[in-house]
Design a protein around this ligand. Sequence first.
Ligand SMILES: [Zn+2]
Length: 481
Amino acid sequence: MLNIFNTLTHKKEKFKPNIKNNINIYVCGVTVYDLCHLGHARTFIIFDIVYRYFVHIGYNVNYVRNITDIDDKIIDKSIINKENIHSFTKNMINNMHKDFNDLKMIKPSYEPKATNHINDIINMIGCLLDNNYAYISNNGDVMFSIDSYIDYGKLSRQKIQKLKIGSSIKLNVYKKNPLDFVLWKCLKNNKISSFIKEGASWISPWGKGRPGWHIECSAIINKYFGSNLDIHGGGSDLIFPHHENEISQSTCFNNCKYVNYWMHVGMIITQNRKMSKSYGNFLTIRELLKLYDHETIRLFIISSHYRHPIYYNKEKLFQSRLSLERLYIAMRGTKADKIIVSSSYMKLNKEIIGLEFEHSFYEAMNDDFNTPKALRVLFSLAHKINRSKLLNNDFETQKLAFKLKLLSNILGLLLQSSIDFFNNKKTRQNQSISEIENLVLLRKHARINSSWHYADYIRHKLSLLGVILEDTPEGTLWKWK
Ligand SMILES: [Zn+2]
């Protein structure tokens, strides 16, 4: 039985879908004003695994991830680039798709853009106004009145009074309550240059303007799923105010519970603060993919539990690379090495799966997608394969290798053959090579000092990394196996 930690209740809860064997999942997507970074990679790789896992255990998954293609940052960037807003966002969306594809994420079932749902947004705002959940402020913007929703602050566990006096909330003469937020932003001429104006505003009953950010997710969810949703996900930085605001809008609009399970992915910390575009301390997915292959990045991300923060540093990525090599080394020479095990294959072949490792793997995944624990199962499998290879137990080796491949594929790992992995220049990072050079040098010193045991130990370690040594009169040469 799958248990999911629900941010709303702060408890792990048994997962029960609204409709048997079906699951509706919505994840807040990217605001497309710049290239995606490691923080995005983390959030969307986690939901990629959630998606893969649900499919694997037999669900029909309807996975929607929106694209925010209108907001202040997008308008500002278009102005700086002197580019039409449509061509700018189109280009950024293409970049995002390329990055996500390079990270081998499965495409969501639908990927709606905010600007394709302006009518849905306008209808929702109209209804909120009609029922006094919203008001038109002095400057013409339509605002949501948070005092009209009694449970405001519940998701982020904050008392409204405290929020009100918080220094981060600026007093705003246009708001009844400083926490009220914009549903419809009227066009203010000073901001938008004429050449992008057309793409950045729409006609509404409240004048020309554009939607606020929060309303697009509520409107899109209503369109695709109706009033209630199984799982809503996103980065933990969205809990407040974005998801708090979504809940208030949607609950008032539909008059029923909005989301059954809220899942939030932790941040990536670097230089003592969260990795974010606005702090300028981010590493783009592209920069990372120049240094590391996609599975190394994935393994790095899932080595921590999805709710915890990850402290980014290069050493950790290097360690992930070595860990991944261990898995590929175990696969080498086995029949399962060259195949990809699809989810349907898994369902058809339950009888060959046995229980020993699968049980621990599924137990970990069913415990709120505990990927670090699931990874440990993969490493002990790899260890057992290596031992069985040493004992020349081919039957056992093939059986275990098949299991390793199958379980790894659920996490989006071991998607290539070990030959492809080790032959791919991109997967042999500079750091990995320098590490090997260091080990070769260490072995040389050990031999000079007649520390034969230590020299043998290093040779063995290099062998596990897939390196063959050749001692020649000119020195030691090394090559990939
Ligand atoms: Zn959202």
